[in-house]
Design a protein around this ligand. Structure first.
Ligand SMILES: Cc1ncc(COP(=O)(O)O)c(C=O)c1O
Length: 395
């Protein structure tokens, strides 16, 4: 099936105002998502927030089923959390790490995750091992295998990094983790919504996602998946009356499903909107979405590579919608600002976001153009023409 681009763009009013290539920052939401959010907010203002939530129970519950369908798990394994970082934290800080334990991660690790490793390593005397890249610039499966020993308590990597098109070989990592009985935490913040993510196929025990990026959901929404066999082993670092029940003066009981990682108060309209966004992606089909994104991204990479002063920076054997580049003529800031002045949204990714990788490659900043399925070949051509124009400008 090919996507009905005309309908998709009709559903996306934002495409009439800008060329939006900051989908790795936040995508343009489709109309059904905006309608769901504004309808609920209107209801809250009309009959009261608690009363509106009670009326919207089915829509709120739909979010769990939609995510479960998206990633191939059960609804009991899904928690709604306000962003990917907190979702990741709630899982990570639940592990009962002991001195001498080891966490394995990889070169493209995201700053917030790595900062958490450092904090826990300092507090509890852990070691952090970083898998080097292979010849393609993705985490080396051979090197990973050689790092496994009985001290390894967690393998935690990003599927797609914040700073490029790399798709790490997550399935192969998951196989090694499973074979060695080590929990596997996969950060799918940038991959969810742009490609199929199946927790069983990837052998992932924990994944996190955010609403606003490739899923085209609202800001301030995210989710956590934890495999059922692991849920009861993980005691969340924070508990509230949603996560646990106060059963006696000296007692409480923690929920048995993934909602133990949630808090009670939430962006209700956002949760509804996230469910609608996931359903929208499911209707289009994740395979179709990824096919189109890869076609557009490949085209952009080829056109950029043909410009004399541009270097495309994406690593890996498999590459997704995040296209990164630099120029030896203009700074990334100059190019991004020039594009922004012409209504073309890209973003910058700076070294501290993915320090290990950027330092290894001697990069300070890259420009990110994250293409989505609703972008067009014409927009890609306009982007490249505009970059050429900016490169010719004085100063
Ligand atoms: C790879 C990766 N992980 C995690 C995050 C954090 O997501 P959030 O901002 O929703 O907490 C990001 C955000 O850019 C990311 O790129």
């Amino acid at each position: 099936m090919t996507l009905d681009l005309e309908q998709i763009r009709k559903d996306t009013p934002g495409v009439n105002h800008c060329i939006h290539l900051n989908n790795c920052g936040a995508s343009l939401p489709p109309q059904p998502v905006m309608d769901a959010i504004s309808e609920h907010q209107h209801l809250e203002a009309t009959i009261g927030g608690y009363e509106a939530a009670a009326q919207a129970q089915d829509k709120l519950e739909r979010m769990y089923d939609a995510i479960a369908k998206l990633i191939n798990c059960s609804r009991e394994e899904v928690a709604f959390i306000e962003n990917a970082t907190r979702a990741w934290d709630m899982a990570f800080y639940s592990f009962d790490f002991q001195p001498g334990d080891c966490i394995i991660t990889a070169m493209a690790e995201y700053a917030s995750n790595y900062i958490a490793y450092l904090q826990v390593a300092r507090k509890h005397g852990l070691t952090i091992k970083v898998v080097p890249n292979d010849e393609f610039g993705q985490l080396s499966i051979k090197a990973l295998e050689s790092l496994i020993d009985e001290d390894v308590k967690l393998i935690s990597v990003v599927h797609v990094p914040t700073n490029g098109g790399l798709v790490n070989p997550a399935e192969a990592v998951g196989k090694i983790a499973r074979a060695n009985n080590i929990p596997f935490l996969l950060d799918t913040c940038q991959s969810i919504g742009q490609m199929p993510v199946d927790v069983d196929a990837l052998h992932a025990d924990i994944i996190i996602g955010t609403g606003r990026k490739y899923l085209r959901g609202p800001r301030g929404t995210g989710f956590l998946y934890v495999r059922d066999s692991l849920i009861e082993q993980l005691e969340p670092p924070f508990l509230d009356l949603q996560a646990a029940t106060w059963t006696g003066r000296d007692q409480f009981e923690i929920r048995k499903d993934a909602r133990r990682f949630e808090t009670w108060e939430r962006h209700v309209a956002g949760q509804i909107g996230l469910g609608v966004a996931v359903d929208y992606a499911l209707d289009l089909g994740l395979e179709n979405i990824y096919d189109r994104i890869q076609t557009l991204a490949d085209s952009l990479r080829h056109q950029l590579a043909a410009l004399p002063s541009i270097t495309v920076r994406d690593l890996g054997q498999e590459q997704c919608g995040i296209v990164t580049f630099t120029s030896d003529q203009k700074t990334p800031e100059q190019i991004q600002t020039g594009l922004s002045k012409r209504n073309t949204n890209t973003s910058l990714s700076q070294a501290p976001s993915t320090l290990l990788d950027m330092n290894q490659r001697g990069l300070e900043t890259v420009i990110r153009a994250g293409v989505h399925y609703y972008n067009t070949e014409e927009e890609i051509i306009t982007l490249v023409d505009t970059i050429e124009e900016i490169l010719k400008e004085d100063g």
